[in-house]
Design a protein around this ligand. Structure first.
Ligand SMILES: NC(=O)c1ccc[n+]([C@@H]2O[C@H](COP(=O)([O-])OP(=O)(O)OC[C@H]3O[C@@H](n4cnc5c(N)ncnc54)[C@H](OP(=O)(O)O)[C@@H]3O)[C@@H](O)[C@H]2O)c1
Length: 335
């Protein structure tokens, strides 16, 4: 993947300070989706540096192989394990579970649902869902359901365990989650329109997915509080961060290269973009039921914790998300 939109080449301003404040993660097992580049890569590398066993959940590719080699080179003596998990396929997610379970004999301390794609074409996955919604939310919903026994096991042993989701300022764009985007309607959800400043159907679909990530967190937080408060759910947003996300969107036709080059000057390094994710994964001061990022709408800066927002943390939206997501995975998810 070209990294031409990393042109601003920002320095990380706050990253080292945050990492130095985090506790050692020895004896913790952390699974992260989408670690071939961007914030998933930084999160995997940092968790390993802090001593965690890190399970890398990626679809099989050269990028996956190369990033695995880079991680092993960057952190000597680290415990990295890769498991194939293509979020565009429910069968692939289901097929990854045995291997993940075998890697977590003492439970899974953190499941970090990070992977994502942005403003891609209106195309169905093999399961018939919107490619963005299945990658960014529905497969993470399934993964969380299937790994919950291991997450509960870690919570029992260590006093807590976490599910971390990754949203975006794009969650604000729509404000109202709509059921149709979670239904089997991939390829008929508005077409391939995209114009400058994030309008058009591609961006509506992306915004719906990032609203789904935040709503899923609100649902999990509510259910965990009632059933087992040792389980925690939090969501990060990175502001605007250099990563491969913009390059893949430009390649797919979702943004123009000129606009993207201009836009990225407003952002921050991928390391600083990872602050919220790392606080959610490892910071003991971060509690369940928060969104962590550079302000609620900020594009850069230190990551702080805020209450979940009422436009998705409400009974109607949570019930809609849960019902539609269970329908999509053809299963119940009882907590
Ligand atoms: N960068 C930003 O400014 C920004 C802003 C707001 C939110 N975010 C969110 O941050 C998260 C991480 O993105 P990033 O910016 O770090 O972008 P990135 O560098 O493009 O990383 C995205 C990761 O997701 C993986 N992925 C995509 N499709 C997948 C699939 N079907 N199965 C498994 N993995 C898949 C990619 O792997 P492959 O190599 O297989 O493609 C890659 O490892 C996303 O959820 C994104 O929405 C980013």
């Amino acid at each position: 993947m070209s990294s031409s939109y990393k042109k601003p080449g920002f320095d990380a301003k706050y990253f080292e300070q945050l990492v130095n404040s985090l506790p050692a993660l020895e004896s913790k097992t952390i699974a992260i989706t989408g670690t071939t580049s961007g914030m998933g890569f930084i999160a995997a590398e940092t968790c390993a540096r802090l001593g965690a066993k890190v399970i890398l959940l990626n679809r099989p590719s050269k990028r996956s192989d190369n990033s695995f080699d880079r991680l092993k080179k960057n952190v000597s003596n680290a415990q990295f394990h890769k498991v194939n998990c293509d979020l565009q396929s429910f069968d692939s997610v289901r097929g990854s579970i045995t291997a993940i379970n075998e890697l977590c004999p003492d439970g899974l301390n953190v499941l970090c649902n990070n992977a994502g794609i942005m403003a891609f074409r209106d195309e169905p996955t093999i399961d018939g869902y919107d490619v963005q919604m299945q990658t960014n939310h529905l497969s993470h919903f399934l993964l969380t359901k299937l790994l919950l026994p291991k997450i509960e096991q870690a919570a029992e042993k260590h006093g807590e365990a976490r599910v971390v989701n990754h949203s975006s300022v794009a969650r604000h764009q729509q404000k109202k989650l709509k059921g149709e985007y979670l239904e089997k309607r991939g390829g008929s959800l508005g077409g391939d329109g995209a114009s400058m400043f994030f309008s058009g159907a591609r961006w509506v679909r992306y915004s719906q997915t990032k609203l789904a990530n935040a709503t899923f967190t609100a649902c999990l937080h509510e259910k965990f509080q009632k059933s087992n408060p040792k389980l925690k759910a939090m969501v990060a947003h990175p502001g605007l961060a250099e990563s491969d996300l913009q390059s893949s969107t430009v390649k797919d036709g979702g943004m123009g290269s000129f606009f993207t080059r201009y836009l990225m000057k407003l952002g921050q390094s991928e390391k600083d973009g990872c602050l919220g994710l790392l606080r959610c994964i490892a910071d003991p001061k971060i509690n369940s039921g928060v969104i962590v990022g550079p302000g609620l709408r900020g594009l850069k800066g230190k990551a702080k914790a805020f209450s979940l927002e009422k436009y998705y943390d409400n009974d109607y939206t949570k019930a809609l998300l849960w019902t539609k997501s269970c329908e999509a995975i053809s299963d119940e998810f009882n907590i």
